[in-house]
Design a protein around this ligand. Structure first.
Ligand code: C2E
Ligand code: CA
Ligand code: CA
Ligand code: CA
Length: 279
């Protein structure tokens, strides 16, 4: 038993070492990566469930590094949060997304929403709100078409001014979405206390709705509750027509997922808009 214990210990240590060195490698490669143009933004469409119309896009960050290849945001965003690089990165995404949104707005004359993810660290910057407003004004993108996706982590990172910040954004007509709804511990109290416009049901609930009755019940309850509070509901991670049909039956407003499209390069997203209005 002692032997096994020691082996287990050795196993954990080497696994931990591997994680640490991977993290260090990421940090190292990320240094200067923005200036080297290694980051870009992809766009995933959102549709109106009833009409199938494309209503907007979510901007998603991508990183391609000569040494590491493609690194997923699930892996590099936490590192960027840790090092603080998320601040210039967040800036980059916002600027790119607004520029793209403005270009499409001028070309297609459609009021498509553009959603940008904000992470906790960005929200700790007391200048964030002014900054966002200035950026929008400069871009020529309609203010009421910008959507900010915020997770519970942002609200938990606390500080009294988040409420004021969200109120200010709301007053400016900017749309506020609660991302990953259902995965945290306090989503309900946050919904009560903050001025959300959109509730985004996490993909882990959407995945099994066609065969897991409990998940379907939860999704339906979330939809009903959100509607009673005056929020609109989007389901993320929609991968099958069965899921989309079921969501339509249960009055979900919007959908996003691989079924409609994977996140696309900017030119491909534009081409999608040129070719059709609906999914
Ligand atoms: P998220 O905000 O919840 O974004 C949705 C994620 O689900 C994206 O992963 C998207 O590509 C993926 N997805 C979309 N449809 C489907 C589907 O049908 N099936 C499955 N299995 N997945 C789908 P991605 O792009 O890898 O991003 C992962 C996370 O990284 C995001 O989760 C978000 O938390 C973070 N992230 C990405 N870009 C940014 C950014 O610009 N800023 C910040 N702060 N976070 C970002
Ligand atoms: Ca999101
Ligand atoms: Ca999500
Ligand atoms: Ca609001």
């Amino acid at each position: 038993a002692k032997e096994a214990g020691r082996n287990t210990f050795a196993f954990f240590t080497s696994a931990m070492n591997r994680d640490v060195s991977r993290r260090l490698l990421l940090e190292e490669q990320m240094h200067g990566a923005l200036a080297r143009d290694e980051f870009r933004v992809c766009y995933q469409p959102k549709i109106d469930v009833k009409s199938g119309e494309i209503t907007g896009f979510e901007a998603l960050l991508r990183w391609r590094n000569p040494t590491l290849g493609d690194v997923s945001p699930g892996e590099f965003i936490p590192v960027a949060e840790h090092t603080g690089l998320i601040l210039p990165l967040g800036e980059f995404v916002l600027q790119e997304a607004l520029a793209t949104g403005a270009a499409w707005y001028n070309e297609f004359h459609r009021e498509l929403s553009m959603a940008v993810n904000l992470s906790p660290r960005q929200f700790r910057d007391p200048n964030l709100i002014n900054h966002i407003k200035q950026r929008i004004a400069k871009s020529g993108f309609p203010q009421h078409c910008l959507e900010l996706e915020i997770t519970e982590g942002v609200l938990m990172s606390g500080h009294g001014f988040i409420e004021t910040a969200l109120d200010e954004l709301t007053d400016a007509g900017i749309i506020i979405a609660m991302d990953d709804f259902g995965t945290g511990y306090s989503s309900l109290s946050y919904l009560r206390n903050y001025p959300f416009d959109v509730l985004k049901i996490d993909q882990s609930f959407v995945r099994d709705i066609t065969h897991d009755h409990a998940d379907l019940e939860l999704v339906c309850a979330a939809i009903t509750m959100a509607h009673n509070l005056g929020l609109s509901v989007i389901a993320e991670g929609v991968e099958t027509t069965e899921q989309l049909d079921l969501l339509a039956t249960h009055d979900c407003d919007s959908a996003q997922g691989y079924l409609i499209s994977r996140p696309m390069e900017q030119e491909d997203a534009k081409q999608m808009l040129e070719e059709r209005q609906t999914y």
